[in-house]
Design a protein around this ligand. Structure first.
Ligand SMILES: [Zn+2]
Length: 251
């Protein structure tokens, strides 16, 4: 779906269309984690436009593994703990995003503080709630689309999708700092000592086996740190014993 500003001349037009039952939601990403832009109603009934940013893949994978490490009856508490941890992540990141924007625009920009939220798991997802940060921009007949996007929140999507080196000095947005933050909030996140990926040994299809969501090097076999020598190949056969791989191990 195209961005809302390409479909509706003003935010008020999008709100009217949504009230009339037209699907009005943009989800997408621009070099970052997924974002959502859609008309919503505030608690007092006034219309707004939600600007939401969701977890990047590294945070989703880490929290997903912690979700499996947690017994089902304890997950409501885990969900609250994750929201609190994500508050801390944005609080750490916000002054730096704000400073970058001030420098680029040469004005006294102040970044608003988004609320963390969780939506119900999506249909074809992992079962993990959809965690993110959002702002609700109030809509009046005079509102323009520029009022409906906060630049700092937009830019956070780029940082969150892949911890960027330029923000690596912020502890909470490096892998080790993020892990410490999660642990401080009682979130049982575990990294592998070999490959440093998030792992769980309680996925229902892999009970007792440390595994990580499968992407190019996922699953139960640990790719290691990627620095070891390649084993010699046999002359006649096709495989070496190392082709069985080795399991992840918690650090
Ligand atoms: Zn590993």
């Amino acid at each position: 779906m195209t961005p809302l500003e390409e479909r509706f001349p003003t935010p008020a037009d999008a709100v009217t269309a949504a009230r009339e039952g037209t699907p009005c939601e943009w989800t997408g990403s621009i070099d970052g984690s997924h974002m959502r832009h859609r008309p919503v109603l505030l608690s007092d009934g006034t219309p707004g436009i939600e600007q939401a940013v969701f977890l990047g893949s590294v945070q989703e994978k880490t929290i997903l593994c912690a979700w499996h490490e947690t017994p089902a009856q304890d997950r409501p508490v885990l969900e609250k703990n994750v929201l609190n941890a994500l508050d801390d992540v944005y609080a750490a990141l916000r002054p730096h995003l704000e400073a970058d924007i001030r420098q680029a625009r040469a004005d006294n920009y102040t970044a608003p503080v988004p609320e963390t939220f969780s939506d119900a798991p999506e249909l074809h997802g992992t079962g993990l709630p959809l965690f993110g940060w959002r702002l609700i921009h109030p809509v009046s007949p005079a509102s323009v689309w520029d009022d409906m996007l906060d630049v700092a929140l937009w830019n956070s999507s780029i940082v969150l999708d892949d911890w960027l080196d330029e923000y690596g000095h912020i502890d909470e947005v490096s892998m080790d700092g993020f892990m410490s933050l999660l642990r401080r909030h009682g979130i049982p996140a575990v990294l592998c000592a070999g490959c440093e990926k998030p792992i769980t040994c309680r996925h229902p299809r892999w009970p007792g086996i440390w595994t990580t969501p499968s992407d190019e090097y996922g699953g139960p076999a640990c790719p290691g740190p990627g620095t070891g020598p390649h084993p010699p190949a046999p002359l006649i056969g096709w495989y070496t014993d190392s082709d069985f791989g080795a399991p992840h191990r918690p650090r």
